[in-house]
Ligand binder design. Structure first.
Ligand SMILES: [Fe+2]
Length: 205
């Protein structure tokens, strides 16, 4: 595979009760796997286009992708990149609050951690149909809350992800049914601020 799914750093039942094992197994093992398979099929014969690039670099420069496969790369490549990021920031031993420079930046931009979470939850719950809520760094290095539709990537908007919440129904429907706000509220129990701090430090150094 040119671009593959990440290895999970935890077992399928480790995020319970917030994310149930069947959802995680299906989401990671079936949905993400399908995006990875489709992406690699699309890129067959186009290896030169992506050689030496990360998937995120590919998604940052969609103009370089020929039009006949561009939407496929947006959908399937975004599907791989978005999910890899989502699964990478979850942990059964999540650090529950940020500290240091990241906390300072959040306080400066949003007033408080709770205010940031409230805004991110509201934007994420408000995604119409399938998509993602994000805390990102924008092109000026400022924190920003955005949503993306379908599998569109923040990298294609010149933004770098810090937190994401998947609100495609496959991410929560088995356990939470139609109650998306409950899933969005509970996922904070397994969002690992230690990882997000590490990512933030990498961006600003
Ligand atoms: Fe998903």
């Amino acid at each position: 595979m040119i671009f593959d799914k990440i290895k999970l750093g935890y077992g399928y039942s480790d995020l319970e009760p917030h994310i149930d094992a069947l959802t995680l197994e299906t989401h990671y093992g079936k949905h993400l796997q399908t995006y990875a398979n489709n992406l690699n099929n699309i890129l067959e014969g186009h290896e030169d286009l992506v050689k030496g690039k990360t998937l995120e670099e590919v998604l940052s420069d969609l103009e370089a992708i020929p039009e006949d496969i561009r939407q496929g790369v947006i959908n399937q490549g975004g599907g791989v990149s978005n999910h890899n990021f989502y699964f990478s920031i979850l942990s059964p031993n999540a650090k529950k609050e940020p500290s240091g420079k990241l906390l300072e930046a959040i306080n400066k931009k949003f007033g408080s951690l709770d205010a940031m979470k409230e805004k991110l939850n509201s934007v994420t719950v408000g995604v119409f149909g399938s998509g993602w809520g994000w805390l990102v760094l924008d092109e000026n290095g400022e924190l920003e809350i955005i949503s993306t539709k379908d599998q569109n990537s923040p990298y294609s908007l010149n933004k770098k992800p810090l937190i994401t919440i998947d609100v495609w129904e496959h991410a929560y429907y088995l356990k939470y049914k139609n109650v998306r706000p409950e899933y969005v509220k509970n996922i904070w129990n397994v969002i690992d601020w230690a990882k997000i701090e590490e990512i933030y430090e990498g961006y600003i150094k």
